[in-house]
Design a protein around this ligand. Structure first.
Ligand SMILES: [Zn+2]
Length: 260
């Protein structure tokens, strides 16, 4: 899928009764039986009518009872008020109503959904949404098609938390992963990103230790062939990730003493 294709709005059924309106920002709704549960609420309030029409086309007459925000960045919450006004939907985020570590379960006639806090990869309020019977996983901005999702510096502690969180996500064995932005992950992208990150960390830390310049290091870590079609990867994400890891290695924040 080219970057341009990825940015044309599409309505995708990722499972029976689970739809995603995929664009630059993604919104999803899950048919729980007699009501719907929404995951994330976009950046543009003017998309309200289009989104409500799409919801009605897949689940005529069913009310939206819950809106789950994976985090409350502006590009995930714009339609919260519209859902509240239209159906009296309950808006739920870890920032507004802190969840227990095991999360909150939503049980419908048709499926069960669990919202689980996994803070620290992108914001201190990150949650995932997991539909275990369908094996559909919504990760918000924890996965960014090649980006390091941290909004804090890459340091030993943040790096370890990031990799631990990815292992928890991979252990769920999802069949489909829906990120907050861009295409739905068709394959094993979470593990691929971990391998990519560890490869960059090892290669760059060794090159730093050998006294290579930034330009020499950048030339050494070309974008991997199998990731060249990742969304916006060649445009800027690979370069951004490499720059962050070079900085962290030069500062001694990550490197061989991590033992991987
Ligand atoms: Zn975000």
């Amino acid at each position: 899928m080219s970057d341009a294709d990825a940015e044309v709005p599409k309505l995708i059924a990722v499972a029976d009764g689970i739809h995603v309106r995929q664009e630059v920002d993604n919104i999803a709704w899950l048919d729980m039986g007699d009501h719907l549960l929404v995951v994330d609420a976009l950046e543009q309030p003017e998309l309200k009518d289009e989104v409500f029409d799409a919801i009605a086309s897949t689940a005529p007459g069913k009310p939206v009872r819950y809106v789950l925000n994976t985090h409350t960045h502006y590009d995930h919450v714009a339609l919260n008020d519209a859902f509240r006004r239209r159906w009296g939907a309950e808006i739920i985020s870890h920032a507004a109503t802190p969840l227990q570590p095991e999360g909150r379960q939503f049980a419908g006639e048709r499926r069960t959904v669990r919202m689980i806090p996994m803070p620290g990869c992108h914001t201190d309020e990150d949650c995932i949404v997991w539909a275990p019977e369908d094996k559909v996983l919504f990760v918000g901005d924890i996965f960014g098609w090649g980006l390091i999702p941290l909004t804090v510096n890459l340091r030993r502690e943040s790096r370890d938390l990031l990799l631990d969180t990815y292992q928890r996500l991979i252990a769920l064995a999802p069949a489909v992963v829906v990120p907050g932005h861009g295409p739905i992950c068709p394959d094993n992208e979470l593990q691929r990103w971990v391998d990519y990150f560890l490869w960059l960390e090892k290669t760059i830390s060794e090159a730093c230790a050998a006294g290579e310049t930034d330009a020499e290091i950048v030339a050494r870590v070309e974008p991997p062939a199998d990731m060249r079609n990742w969304w916006r990867f060649l445009k800027w994400k690979h370069d951004d990730t490499v720059a962050k890891i070079i900085k962290a290695c030069r500062k001694g924040w990550v490197g061989p003493s991590n033992g991987e």
